[in-house]
Design a protein around this ligand. Sequence first.
Ligand code: ADE
Length: 253
Amino acid sequence: MKSQKTVLRIAIFSGLPEYLASAVRSGHLRIAQEQGAVEINLIDLRDFAEGSYRAIDDEPYGGGGGMVLKVEPVRRALDACGAFGDREEKKKPWVVLPTPKGKRLKQEDFERLSKKKEIIFLCSRYKGIDERIREWVDEECSIGDYVIGGGETAALVMMEGIVRLLEGVVGDKESVQTDSFTCGLLSAPTYTRPEEFMGKRVPEVLLSGHHEEIRRWKRKQALALTLARRPDILAKLPLDDEDRKLLSEVLGE
Ligand code: ADE
């Protein structure tokens, strides 16, 4: 019988698919594909370009330096992936453009995107894209306030963030639920064997086996870390009585 599992289909449009090839065969991306949770296709934009050089970029009109991603290969590749035509709007792939001009990504964006059926990441490595491409883009995303060499690395960041949220990809559900940001706070420090290394001991409470004390310790550590590093997110978080008590302990220490 055929599996009923929903599969997220991802296509990455790039002029540099070899850059992405080994990354999509590693780690969670590999596991998720093996489990049938996601299908990832690398689409070489050059396959949709014309001429003996199969150029996908050209100089900008009006000068200004750099190269601009051309409109025709992108249109053809989108067409081949069913972005146009009479498919119902909600069944069309969701086209994401990684760009420093986009909205800065947050964990909640990964959660939203992980519920899509089909996503196309349109990567450009150039000065930018021909502006006429923008009308086929559903969402422009930035991974941070800096410029990197191209959209491929940003698309990888996004895929890593999205795919690990898919059912069954990360074996331990608790691990995903206690991630930094997912529970609203930066996550507590973690330790593994050995219990002591060069005189540095693992905090005794973690070795104690007292689940309630461990939970309280982790919550307090998470609150303390978030207060020190990201007071902006702590300020927006609804705190309960226990959180307020733990925070007053932190401030009193
Ligand atoms: N391409 C270049 N810089 C980028 C950024 N910060 N986010 C997304 N895509 C990019």
